[in-house]
Ligand binder design. Structure first.
Ligand SMILES: O=C(O)[C@H]1O[C@H](OP(=O)(O)OP(=O)(O)OC[C@H]2O[C@@H](n3ccc(=O)[nH]c3=O)[C@H](O)[C@@H]2O)[C@H](O)[C@@H](O)[C@H]1O
Length: 438
């Protein structure tokens, strides 16, 4: 039995040996060609799959869906399933939600927090963001994922894309726009001035053009900045103080935004509320801001440049915690009155407001570093230097009494408490080692 089985499996019997060998060789050949055939089939199947996946990609210009728009930078929007997502995200929870809000800059720091807060309480929210690479877009993608889990769809597109904005208003009659998309950062304005004009002026005007022409017109709340106080030395800064001495192009574009808002309110009856944010910080923050990259660099043992005024004076900021800012934004939306125009024509006077949203207690930058050292349990490698001529101002300090009266705004978080929450988030977010803070 043993021999027979060996024979059957390994060598042909001696009688009829030739015949047996031929069929054995034949069987080997057919096995080989079957193998080749399988291999080629797999290769062909793989190629077909690749072509299919590529053709379905939004970046593939030849995809045959005439209702979708393909832009050179790779965005795609439109089509029935896209519209369904837009509608569903913007639907307020029945019986609870009051507003249908388009949040521009939704994958940004403040945009993410405001979008989540609105969605949580039942309002309909649709995000819009161009995911530009001013800072690490993977952080924006992580915020987008957070929003997706909360039920907020973030449309990928630019506020300068008029056709997209019109489409969004055609699909959803937004009652409110929370306009937070902007080119942020004071110092970067010297490197890339055009990006500030593009987003903060051209983009804002494009948005207002669309808002003024739709019916019903939405009410708009938008992000101005503490930087509009510029070289103003009267403290604390009040909304009544002069704002005609911007120290940076960033500040100048935000100030221009305030004047542009006035014009659209005056001519078209758009309800507009500008919020002057004071150095907002917290979890999911912006890596270009000092508290964020100081944390990263303290952990890396890198030098921390701490600015001081030319006369050795203290440089300080009215650092404001994100949760306080979110409450201010939501209150601004809740108290905003309806726009009065329709079809591009004003029907009566409309609301026009400006508010400081700050913390009301400035902290020297050196003290910020001290708090971070304690929280991180590491000494910073401090390099004190004279503030470069890069648009930074020496001091900010908000008077928030107007926001207190009209919005019920009351900042609750001191810098120590807020930074503790930021550091906790930072260490967890970057803990895996897979993500890098740059
Ligand atoms: O309120 C605003 O409207 C703006 O706030 C924020 O600007 P700033 O207040 O300038 O914040 P941020 O850069 O974090 O510098 C903080 C402090 O660190 C000092 N600073 C900065 C860098 C450095 O290397 N060293 C240093 O001492 C620096 O001199 C400053 O005193 C937003 O970025 C901006 O988009 C806008 O929203």
């Amino acid at each position: 039995m043993k021999d027979k089985s060996r024979f059957m499996s390994e060598s042909p019997p001696s009688p009829g040996k030739f015949k047996m060998e031929k069929s054995y060789v034949h069987s080997l050949r057919s096995r080989a060609s079957l193998g080749k055939l399988t291999l080629w089939s797999l290769i062909s199947l793989g190629a077909i799959l690749l072509v299919f996946v590529w053709s379905q990609s939004p970046r593939h210009p030849g995809r045959l869906d005439p209702t979708r728009h393909y832009l050179t930078n790779g965005y795609a929007w439109g089509g029935s399933s896209w519209e369904r997502r837009v509608r569903s995200s913007a639907r307020a929870r029945p019986g609870v939600g009051m507003m249908t809000v388009l949040v521009t800059g939704a994958a940004g720091f403040i945009g993410t927090h405001v979008s989540s807060a609105l969605k949580r309480r039942g309002d309909g929210v649709l995000g819009l963001d161009n995911f530009n690479s001013y800072y690490d877009p993977s952080l924006k993608r992580a915020r987008q994922a957070l929003l997706e889990r909360a039920g907020v769809f973030v449309v990928e597109g630019d506020i300068n894309d008029e056709a997209l904005l019109r489409k969004l208003f055609e699909v959803v009659p937004f009652t409110h726009v929370m306009h937070l998309a902007a080119q942020a950062g004071v110092r970067y304005a010297m490197e890339n001035p055009g990006s500030y004009v593009h987003s903060n002026i051209a983009g804002f005007v494009n948005l207002l053009e669309v808002c003024k022409s739709v019916s019903p017109q939405p009410s708009i709340v938008w992000a101005s900045s503490s930087s509009v106080y510029g070289l103003n030395t009267k403290v604390p800064f009040s909304e009544k103080d002069r704002t005609d001495q911007p120290a940076s192009l960033y500040a100048a574009t935000k100030k221009a935004g305030e004047e542009i808002a006035h014009t659209y309110n005056h001519i078209y009856g758009l309800s507009l509320t500008g919020l002057r944010f004071f150095t907002v910080y917290g979890p999911w923050g912006r890596p270009d801001m000092a508290y964020f990259f100081f944390t990263r660099d303290i952990l890396k043992g890198k030098a921390i440049p701490i600015f001081e005024a030319a006369n050795g004076g203290t440089v300080a900021r009215d650092f404001t915690y994100i949760d306080d800012i979110v409450r201010g934004c939501v209150a601004a939306l809740d108290t905003s009155e309806r726009s009065t125009g329709s079809g591009g024509k004003k029907k009566g006077p409309a609301q026009l407001r400006l508010f400081n949203l700050g913390n009301t207690s400035p902290v020297p930058v050196a003290d910020l570093v001290g708090i971070l050292e304690r929280l991180l349990k590491m000494k910073a490698n401090r390099k004190v230097m004279t503030i470069p001529r890069n648009g930074d101002v020496q001091f900010t300090h908000a008077n928030v009494s107007l926001a207190q009266r009209k919005l019920g705004y009351q900042p609750r978080t001191d810098l120590q408490t807020g930074l503790k929450k930021f550091v906790w988030w930072y260490l967890r977010f970057y803990a895996s080692g897979k993500k890098s803070a740059g």
